[in-house]
Design a binder for this molecule. Structure first.
Ligand code: GTP
Ligand code: MG
Length: 610
C-alpha cells in the first residue's frame, strides 16, 4: 500500500499490543494473559476518519532492545528497518501497561533512543483506575517528549484517542535521539519520572496477592493445579459427552435413511459408509473439543497459567526443561504447531530444542476424537468415588501419560547433552483477570471453524479416498471372503498388520494409522468406514469396535496415539523452526520407538490381566 502511514506497535510483553491491534484493524489475533503470546510480526490496516490509509504491524513483546530470544529479534529488526520486506515504521506506537510503569517505562526510554517519531499508548487505564493509580499524563508527555495517549484496548472505542492522535494533521515529531545510557541510568531516569508523575497507593493488587497465597503455595498450589486439570477433563465428559452422543445418533439415523433411499451401488456406499458414517462420527466429537477449549481459553485469560509455570518450574528444571517451556507445551494441547512456534520466546537454544522435541507428546485436540471413541467403546460409563466419571478419569490418565512421557524424554535429552547450567526463572505474573465472554465466544467460534475446515478439507478428501480403497477392486466372482478383504484397503491393511500385530492391532486398525498421519481424527473416520463397508452397517462404530477388538488391543491403541509420531504438518513445522532435517528424523524416530514399545508392553500386560 503506497502512501499509507506505517505504524508499529511495540512494548513489553503482555501490555495489550495485540488487543490494541485487533481494536484498530478489526483483526482477531490471539490475545491472552501471559507474556509471549505473539511470536511473529502480523500486519493489518484501517482507514482513519480523515480517509488516510494506515498500516499497522503488531510485534512480539520485548523486554529490551538488546534482544536475545528469536521473537524479540523480530521486533528489533522491524524497528531498525532490517526486516526483509518491511519498511521502517513512520510512527512507533509504544504501548505500556499503566499499572506496571516501573517496568514498562524502561523499554519506552530504550525505544526513544532510536530517534524516530513516536507516541506512547498508556494502556490498561481501566485497571489503573481500579487500583487508584493516578498518572499526570501531560507531565509524563512533557518528560518523555512525546504524545501520551490513554487507551483501554479491550473496551469498545477504547482506542479512539489513539486513532485521533495518529490521524492528526501534524504527526508527532521525531523525538530527539538520545545518547546511549548505561542500564543504571535508565533505571534512575524511570524512577525520577515516576516520582514526578505517578501516584500508586500500593505496588501490587491486594486481591491478587490474596489469591497468590494459595495459588503459589508449594503444596496447596500444586493440589489446586491438579484439581483444576482434573475437573476440566471431567467437564469434557459430563458436558460434552451427551451432545456427542446426540450428534452420533443423528448421523447414524441419516446413514440408515440414505441406505434406504439411495439406489444400491457405489453412490449409496460413498454417502452412507464414507461420508455419513465416517465424517459424521468425527463431527460428533466437536462438542467435547469445544468444552475443552472453553476451559483452555478461560485459563489463558485468567492469568493463572504463568503461575502454574512458576509452580512447576522446579520440576521442569529437574528434567531439563525450564518454566518457560510450560506455556508452549500448554499450547500444544490445542495443536503442536502453535506450541512449537511459541518456543520462540525461549532464550536458550538448547531449552528451545528440547521443548520442540517433546511438544508433540502433549495430547493435541485432534487426538481427542480417537480417545473419546475408544474410551466410549471400552471404558464403562460409571461413577468412581460417587462423583467422578470413570471415562473422564481415563481421559485424564491419557493426558497425564503424554505429560509424563515428555518429562521422561526431556530428562534423557538432558543426560545426553549434560548441560548443567541452571537458570532462575524470571517471569512476570500478570494481574488476574475475568475473561470477557465475548472473546471466549470468538475464540470458540474460531476453534470450531478450524475443526470444520479440517473436516471439509483434508478429512473429507482422505475419507473419500479410504472409502474408495475399501470398495475397489470389487471381489472376483465366486469369492468366499467378505468383499472388503479383496479391496486395496484389505491388501494394505493385511500387509501393515505384520508390523503391528505384536501390538494387538487388527488389519483395520493398522490401515487407519496411515491417514492418521495426515490428520489424527481421520483414524476414526477410517475405522467407521471400514466397519460400515465390511457389513456392520447401522451398528454405531463403538459397538462394532467393542465386538471386533479386545480390551487389550484398545488400550494398546490408545497408548499408541498418546505417543505415536506426530502428523505431517507438525514435522513440517519442526523442520521450519529448527532448519534441520536431523531434528525431524530424530523426533519422528524416537516417537515411533516410544509408541511401539509402550503399546507392546500395554498389550502384553493387559493380555495377562484379562
Ligand atoms: N483490563 C484491561 N485488560 C487489557 C487491556 N488491554 C489488554 N488487556 C488484556 O491484557 C492481556 C494481554 O493482552 P495482549 O494483547 O495479548 O498483550 P500483548 O502485548 O500482545 O502480549 P504479547 O503478544 O505476549 O507481547 C490480555 O489478557 C488482554 O485481555 C486493557 O486496556 N484493559
Ligand atoms: Mg501480542
Amino acid at each position: 500500500m503506497s502512501g499509507a502511514l506505517n505504524i508499529a506497535l511495540v512494548g513489553n510483553p503482555n501490555c495489550g499490543k495485540t488487543a490494541l491491534f485487533n481494536q484498530l484493524t478489526g483483526a482477531r489475533q490471539k490475545v491472552a494473559n501471559y507474556a509471549g503470546v505473539t511470536v511473529e510480526r502480523k500486519s493489518g490496516s484501517f482507514t482513519a476518519p480523515s480517509g488516510r490509509a494506515i498500516r499497522v504491524v503488531d510485534l512480539p513483546g520485548a523486554y529490551s532492545l538488546q534482544s536475545v530470544s528469536p521473537d524479540e529479534r523480530v521486533t528489533q529488526a522491524v524497528l531498525e528497518g532490517r526486516y526483509p520486506g518491511e519498511a521502517v515504521p513512520d510512527l512507533i506506537v509504544c504501548v505500556a501497561d499503566a499499572t506496571n510503569l516501573r517496568l514498562h517505562l524502561r523499554f519506552v526510554l530504550e525505544v526513544r533512543r532510536i530517534g524516530r517519531p513516536m507516541v506512547l499508548a498508556l494502556n490498561m487505564m481501566d485497571a489503573a483506575a481500579r487500583r487508584d493509580i493516578t498518572i499526570d499524563v501531560p507531565a509524563l508527555a512533557q518528560r518523555l517528549g512525546m504524545p501520551v495517549i490513554e487507551t483501554v484496548a479491550v473496551r469498545r472505542g477504547g482506542a479512539q484517542a489513539l486513532v485521533a492522535a495518529i490521524d492528526s494533521a501534524a504527526p508527532p515529531a521525531t523525538v530527539a535521539a538520545t545518547a546511549a545510557h548505561a542500564p543504571d541510568d535508565l533505571h534512575a531516569e524511570v524512577r525520577a519520572i515516576l516520582a514526578d508523575t505517578v501516584q500508586m497507593p500500593a505496588p501490587t493488587d491486594r486481591r491478587d496477592d490474596a489469591i497468590d497465597r494459595v495459588a503459589l503455595h508449594p503444596v496447596l498450589g500444586v493440589a489446586l493445579l491438579a484439581l483444576v486439570m482434573f475437573l476440566v477433563f471431567q467437564a469434557v465428559y459430563a458436558i460434552g459427552k451427551p451432545m456427542t452422543d446426540a450428534i452420533a445418533d443423528g448421523f447414524g439415523a441419516l446413514a440408515g435413511m440414505a441406505g434406504e433411499w439411495l439406489p444400491e451401488g457405489p453412490l449409496r456406499g460413498l454417502v452412507s459408509d464414507g461420508l455419513l458414517s465416517g465424517l459424521g462420527t468425527v463431527l460428533g466429537f466437536l462438542p467435547q473439543i469445544l468444552v475443552l477449549f472453553f476451559f483452555i481459553l478461560v485459563l489463558e485469560e485468567s492469568g493463572y497459567l504463568p503461575r502454574a509455570a512458576f509452580l512447576l518450574d522446579k520440576l521442569m528444571v529437574s528434567v531439563g526443561l525450564s518454566g518457560r517451556s510450560f506455556i508452549p507445551l500448554l499450547s500444544s494441547f490445542a495443536c503442536a504447531i502453535p506450541g512449537i512456534m511459541g518456543t520462540r520466546s525461549i532464550t536458550d537454544p538448547r531449552d528451545r530444542l528440547a521443548t520442540i522435541l517433546v511438544a508433540p507428546l502433549m495430547t493435541c485436540s485432534a487426538r481427542l476424537p480417537v480417545y473419546a471413541l475408544l474410551i466410549g467403546a471400552f471404558i464403562p460409563h460409571r461413577e468412581v468415588l460417587g462423583i467422578f466419571n470413570l471415562q473422564g478419569v481415563a481421559l485424564f490418565c491419557l493426558y497425564v501419560a503424554g505429560i509424563a512421557a515428555a518429562m521422561f524424554v526431556a530428562w534423557i535429552a538432558k543426560r545426553i547433552r549434560r548441560s548443567q547450567q541452571e537458570r532462575a526463572l524470571l517471569m512476570e505474573l500478570p494481574a488476574y483477570r475475568l475473561p470477557k465472554w465475548r472473546d471466549v465466544g470468538i475464540g470458540l467460534w474460531e476453534r470450531g471453524s478450524i475443526f470444520l475446515k479440517r473436516l471439509t478439507g483434508v478429512m473429507l478428501a482422505l475419507t473419500v479416498l479410504m472409502w474408495a480403497i475399501c470398495t475397489f477392486p470389487a471381489p472376483p466372482a465366486g469369492a468366499t471372503e467378505a468383499a472388503i478383504d479383496y479391496s486395496l484397503a484389505g491388501t494394505i491393511g493385511h500387509t501393515l498388520q505384520y508390523l503391528f500385530a505384536p501390538l494387538g492391532f487388527n488389519w483395520q486398525i493398522s490401515l487407519s494409522l496411515i491417514p492418521a498421519f495426515a490428520a489424527r481424527e481421520t483414524a476414526v473416520a477410517t475405522l467407521a468406514t471400514v466397519y460400515a463397508v465390511g457389513g456392520d452397517e447401522g451398528a454405531a462404530l463403538q459397538q462394532a469396535l467393542a465386538t471386533h477388538i479386545s480390551l487389550a488391543s484398545a488400550l494398546s491403541l490408545m497408548v499408541w496415539f498418546a505417543f505415536a509420531p506426530q502428523c505431517m504438518s507438525t514435522l513440517a513445522i519442526i523442520r521450519r523452526e529448527t532448519q534441520s532435517w536431523r531434528m525431524v528424523a530424530l523426533s519422528f524416530g524416537y516417537m515411533f520407538v516410544l509408541a511401539y514399545v509402550a503399546s507392546f508392553v500395554t498389550y502384553r500386560i493387559a493380555g495377562w490381566l484379562a
